[in-house]
Design a protein around this ligand. Structure first.
Ligand SMILES: [Zn+2]
Length: 235
């Protein structure tokens, strides 16, 4: 289905994409960070599967880059499941994220490919915000670069020997204002959005031991730019 607003257009699971896959059934390996973009993508994948009677199940998987991530991810999964009860989900899986991050991502892609019949992986990477709105402009430049881990792609999988299994990135040509607008248009700002957590600041003082967003890291600034608000707290 086409999602379109003033910030762009995404044809999610387009006919052309589905026809390019090795199979029309199997497992979607859906990366779920706990942030608002992967949460929306999980929601939209489930919506497409249910409304179009597609034969995919969803395997949500999470890299634990903060101590609360598996809990946050599980709450998002439960919310999505309650909206789309006909969609089948594999049990949520997660792993610790240690340096070097890329090795962990690579090893997990191999592991999941061996254990499940993965048809494609998903990744909610999108275009970065304008550098002017960021305090940490160096980090902004790094995140935007091709080398950034978030820009993981099908070639990275092929390098690992995982063939015919694309890394599907439907938001790669839009920025976070697009996904914020989809939240508004689908009335998800009161339901799904408050469950998401984007702040990645590991400073326990600035985040009250991860109970509130710091308001100053890259991810907080990007979320505020797109949504006009930081992570909701106190849920
Ligand atoms: Zn933050």
């Amino acid at each position: 289905m086409i999602y379109k607003n003033k910030y762009g257009k995404v044809d999610l699971l387009s006919k052309q994409f589905l026809q390019s896959l090795k199979s029309d059934k199997g497992v979607i390996g859906a990366k779920l960070s706990g942030g608002s973009d992967t949460a929306l993508l999980l929601y939209l994948l489930a919506k497409e599967i249910q409304e179009r009677n597609l034969n995919f199940s969803i395997l949500p998987y999470t890299f634990l880059d903060k101590p609360d991530r598996n809990i946050v991810a599980q709450m998002i999964i439960d919310e999505v499941k309650s909206n789309f009860p006909k969609v089948s989900f594999e049990d949520h899986v997660y792993t610790k994220l240690t340096i070097p991050y890329r090795d962990v991502w690579n090893e997990y892609a191999v592991k999941l490919s061996e254990e499940y019949n993965i048809v494609f992986f998903t990744n909610a990477v999108n275009r970065p915000p304008p550098i002017e709105i960021l305090s940490n402009k160096e980090l902004g430049k790094m995140v935007a670069s091709e080398k950034a881990l978030r820009n993981y792609n099908t070639k990275d999988l092929e390098y690992l020997g995982i063939y015919d299994t694309p890394e599907y990135k439907p938001f790669e040509h839009v920025d976070k204002r697009f996904t914020a607008q989809v939240y508004k248009d689908l009335f998800l700002l009161e339901t799904l959005f408050p469950l998401t957590r984007s702040c990645l600041n590991k400073d326990t003082e600035k985040t009250d031991y991860h109970e509130k967003p710091c308001g100053e890291c890259y991810w907080c600034e990007e979320k505020f730019w797109a949504f006009g608000q930081y992570d909701a707290i106190g849920y």
